[in-house]
Design a protein around this ligand. Structure first.
Ligand code: 5RP
Length: 219
């Protein structure tokens, strides 16, 4: 199976976690696009979604799915999103699509995070995928210096401005043995909007697309 076929497979599988008539959280990316397309085909529709990006909002609205502001809901039963890497404890690196801050906000108001990925994203230790960090532009140089001190090689993502007006620094060469501790450390630096480690808001379930079908990992 191709990677695109695996993405379509897990996108479809995620609809099993969606209660018809409910309000759900929806992430961002090519795997989530498959999920949104499958969501629009459900015989009984959801009431609405809270979206993690302008990109997903536009896709859902084009398919007739109502999108609510995060401030209009108190809690969501599920948040469905992809990841750039996920480890065997459900911790993830996210932000390849520059939507990490809104993704973390929607994950934080959700009771369960259903992560949908193809098997190439499952890793023993996070860090092979460069860690995205969203920053306030004025702090970019200082944050890059701090990231270098941690042993990483920071690279400003050229030409990218996030939905929040931030910039993205991609940190290469980190081996993230303690995701919780590193997420906490980076998050407290002035000018960091959010860090792409999702350890505090880790996955509850991972639907892993494999050549043998969808495997369900529970954390
Ligand atoms: C966007 C993300 C995505 O979930 C992540 O990049 C995975 O994307 P894709 O499904 O296209 O591989 O974190 O900010």
């Amino acid at each position: 199976m191709t990677q695109d076929e695996l993405k379509a497979l897990v996108g479809q599988a995620a609809t099993a976690f969606v209660e018809p008539g409910s309000i759900i959280g929806v992430g961002t990316g090519s795997t989530v696009n498959c999920f949104i397309d499958a969501l629009a085909q459900m015989p009984v529709r959801i009431k609405a979604a809270v979206s993690s990006s302008q990109q997903s909002t536009a896709r859902m609205q084009a398919l007739g799915i109502q999108v609510l502001d995060a401030n209009e809901v108190e809690s969501l039963a599920v948040y469905i999103d992809g990841a750039d890497e996920i480890d065997h404890a459900g911790c993830m690196i996210k932000g390849g699509g520059a939507a990490l801050t809104r993704e973390k906000i929607v994950a934080d108001i959700s009771q369960r995070f259903i992560c949908i990925v193809d098997e190439s994203k499952l890793v023993t230790t996070l860090g092979r995928f460069p860690l995205p960090v969203e920053v306030i532009p004025m702090a970019a140089a200082q944050i890059a210096r701090r990231l270098r001190k941690l042993g990483g090689e920071p690279v400003l993502r050229a030409g990218v401005v996030t939905d929040n007006g931030g910039q993205i620094i991609d940190v290469h060469g980190l081996s993230i043995g303690e995701p919780n501790a590193l997420e906490r450390e980076i998050n407290q630096w002035p000018g960091v909007v959010s860090c792409g480690i999702f350890a505090r808001n880790k996955a509850s379930v991972c639907l892993l697309g494999t050549a043998q079908g969808v495997k369900t990992l529970t954390f």
